[in-house]
Write a protein that binds this ligand. Structure first.
Ligand code: CDP
Ligand code: CDP
Length: 224
């Protein structure tokens, strides 16, 4: 018997967190977004002017009162009791998060927090990230690797943030996503890649509703 987990991995802007949240709602399970913890450590490091590499950052990750707090709509990241859901989404954090997530001690800490959150839900949980199916829950009952064409992902990201999407903006966003995916895929530890037993789902021409319905159907079968 594997873990009662739906693991949704994939590159930036492929729709992981929106899809995972909707799948979790449909299944009546919590949604755990692992990227929020990497972002929270990055935010704390930038605010404390701790270099985003090296031993001081690792000490900060261990010492920080960062929590995944359960609310009615899912787990919410907090630093010292303050909701940081919005602060962790700024460009400043996004620009540095891949460097922070390449550090082994930081990854170990995130994985412990994520596994602790999931352990409270024996009936199952929906998780998204980069290495959920490969490293965090290699025995997940269902693994999805979500992709979409780079331009489509960039368009979605700009629309989501209410930013303009003329050809220049779009080109810049494509380059920014490619830079982060390149860093996440080429690092030594837990690189972004599909698990051998993941279901690959290219959502380029799909609606959000269709991909959610597809994954919910696969999950019901896998969990039955
Ligand atoms: O939502 P978006 O695709 O922008 O990213 P995210 O899921 O919030 O993740 C932010 C960053 O955290 C990624 O670019 C990775 O560097 C790192 N991450 C990771 O290494 N492993 C995970 N399981 C989740 C996120
Ligand atoms: O977590 P990740 O970075 O992979 O993506 P996200 O934060 O969920 O952002 C994806 C955006 O694309 C959201 O605004 C979705 O509503 C939208 N979208 C999608 O996920 N799937 C589609 N088929 C169409 C749009």
């Amino acid at each position: 018997m594997g873990s009662r987990v739906v693991a949704i991995d994939g590159p930036a802007g492929s729709g992981k967190s929106t899809t995972a949240a909707a799948v979790a709602r449909a299944l009546g399970m919590p949604h755990v977004e692992s990227g929020t913890l990497y972002r929270a450590v990055t935010l704390a490091a930038l605010d404390a002017a701790v270099p985003v590499e090296g031993p001081r950052l690792v000490a900060l990750a261990h010492a920080l009162p960062i929590r995944l707090d359960l609310t009615a709509s899912g787990f919410r990241p907090e630093i010292a009791g303050t909701d940081v859901s919005e602060a962790i989404r700024t460009e400043r954090v996004t620009a540095h998060v891949s460097a922070v997530s390449a550090i082994g001690e930081v990854r170990r800490w995130v994985n412990e927090e994520v596994r602790r959150a999931v352990a409270r839900y024996p009936a199952g949980a929906v998780l998204d990230g980069r290495d959920i199916g490969t490293v965090v829950f290699p025995d997940a009952l269902l693994k999805i690797y979500l992709t979409a064409a780079p331009e489509e992902r960039a368009r979605r990201r700009l629309r989501q943030e209410g930013r303009p999407s003329d050809p220049d903006d779009l080109g810049r966003e494509v380059a920014e996503l490619a830079r982060r995916d390149g860093a996440d895929s080429s690092r030594a530890l837990a690189p972004l890649m599909p698990a051998p037993d993941a279901v690959l789902l290219d959502t380029s021409g799909m609606t959000l509703e269709a991909q959610v319905a597809h994954i919910v159907a696969l999950a019901r079968k896998a969990f039955s």
